[in-house]
Ligand binder design. Structure first.
Ligand SMILES: *Cc1c(COP(=O)(O)O)cnc(C)c1O
Length: 463
């Protein structure tokens, strides 16, 4: 379907405004399996169900808004990545996408490793029993306390992001009588987002050490001289929501080029390369993500080919999918509060959450889809903008979508693919209380992160 289509038959508008939207699906009640979690469907009454439980029941029990997470789907996707990459590669789930103790246990049970990027994420991982050697610690400005905690805990790797950090981690490890396994994060001059990538000579961003001007080679040179560090490999992360493998191809080419230079200069063949995360998911029916096995095959082929060309032993590969594992497994369930038609424009549908539970639309113009969840409807489609209850006109959850024209206050609507970067980026703006995460599996639901309460808010406010 084409963008900016002007479909026939919407209510409230003879001419649809210009916008970035897709024509309404033939059947607004249909749930595209691409954007919904695996066990989502509708029951005989037309109510959306997940893991065998109706959303009306979930709303009654846990309230709205709520993130509803399909545990079976999470485990399926984690396992699919694990299986696709096999035993000669490692899959690190990027905890920043969404992390809780239940998630850590699922990852542990499914054989995945875990990326953390703060002391808080590290504490969550350790408290749920993730073995420290399966944790990688990231970040461009880890505090001395975070570094010490990670080294003491015995994390499997720290990803070094600057010259200062090389020295800090080395000193910390030495003073604790340890040798810390590290990777050096480089910027390869590739930026990939969705369907495009740009290769530039110089990358103007805060992460990593540039390959350009020999800075990355200098970082390896210094790190190899420090007793506190065991340099196990090179790390590269090129972007987010990527569908096109060509960015990874250029990144692998450049990283392997560095491995070759390191071998030639130091006689050392670094054992690992980490190609980061950023693999895309379907937020709307227009998105066509690749399957883990296709991605694994492509990355293995790229790295093997590059290493053969450079006469290097093929290093162990690791990848760090966050969004691609958790993103599609959850949807946000909202109750409609008001429905406000604006003649000649669109209908504003206000829900009981908003930018405090999903900042992605306001932050980077993310696209989402939405469905009426508490019933089906045969009414004509109407163009809507789903907005929150916050005091910002940019408080938009779904910018342009179609919902049935008889939508009314009290209806439940669901926004799919909100598992990644929604709860983890949630805020208390307007003193909103962050919604719970409810995990559903085989007809049973349980809260894995509870809803915040006014007591939670007031506890921090010490007067
Ligand atoms: C954010 C991030 C990831 C995960 O990205 P996704 O888009 O969620 O797959 C992986 N590695 C690093 C270093 C990151 O910063």
């Amino acid at each position: 379907m084409s963008r900016s289509a002007h479909p026939a038959g919407p209510r409230h508008a003879d001419v649809l405004p210009e916008g970035h939207y897709t024509a309404p699906a033939d059947d607004l009640n249909a749930l595209d399996p691409k954007v919904w979690a695996h066990t989502v469907g509708r029951d005989a009454d037309g109510v959306v169900t997940v893991g065998g439980i109706a959303v009306t029941q979930l709303a009654e029990e846990y309230g709205t808004p709520a993130y509803i997470l399909d545990e079976a789907d999470f485990r399926d996707r984690a396992r699919a990545w694990r299986t696709a990459f096999g035993t000669d590669a490692d899959v690190f789930y990027a905890g920043k996408a969404f992390l809780s103790r239940a998630v850590v246990r699922w990852l542990d049970e499914e054989g995945l490793n875990l990326d953390v990027c703060s002391g808080g994420e590290l504490a969550t991982a350790l408290s749920a029993g993730m073995p420290a050697e399966r944790i990688a610690f990231h970040g461009n400005n880890k505090s001395p306390e975070e570094i010490e905690r990670a080294v003491r805990a015995g994390v499997g790797r720290i990803v070094l992001d600057s010259f200062q950090e090389i020295v800090r981690v080395a000193h910390t490890a030495e003073s604790l009588g340890k040798r810390q396994r590290v990777q050096i994060r480089v910027t390869v001059g590739v930026e990939a987002h969705t369907h495009e990538f740009i290769a530039t000579a110089h990358e103007d961003q805060k992460f990593g050490i540039p390959l350009a001007d020999g800075q990355a080679a200098e970082a390896v040179r210094r790190a190899l001289q420090l007793d506190g560090l065991d340099v196990i490999g090179i790390h590269s992360h090129i972007g987010s929501q990527i569908f096109d493998m060509s960015g990874f191809e250029v990144a692998a080419h450049r990283v392997v080029g560095l491995l070759k230079d390191v071998r030639d200069e130091h006689g050392v063949e670094l054992a690992e390369i980490d190609l980061g995360g950023g693999l895309g998911i379907a937020y709307t029916s227009d998105d066509d993500p690749r399957e883990p096995h296709e991605i694994a095959k492509a990355l293995h082929e790229i790295v093997t080919r590059e290493c053969e060309g450079a006469r290097l032993r093929t290093p162990r590969i690791s990848v760090e999918p966050g969004r691609a594992i958790v993103g599609p497994t959850a949807f946000t369930l909202y109750e409609v509060g008001t429905v406000k038609p604006l003649e000649g424009l669109r209908t504003y549908v206000s829900v009981d959450g908003g930018m405090s539970d999903n900042i992605r639309t306001a932050l980077y113009d993310a696209e989402y889809s939405v469905a009426l969840a508490s019933r089906t409807s045969d009414a004509e489609p109407m163009l809507v903008r789903v907005v929150g209850k916050h005091c910002e006109s940019g408080d938009i959850v779904v910018k342009d979508a179609f919902l049935p024209g008889d939508l009314a206050p009290g209806d439940l609507i669901a926004v799919p693919a909100t598992g990644a970067y929604c709860r983890s980026m949630a805020s208390n703006y307007n003193h909103a209380m962050r919604p719970p995460v409810v995990a559903v599996r085989d007809g049973a639901a349980r809260v894995i992160v509870r809803r915040e309460t006014e007591e939670d808010l007031l506890r921090l406010d010490v007067g």
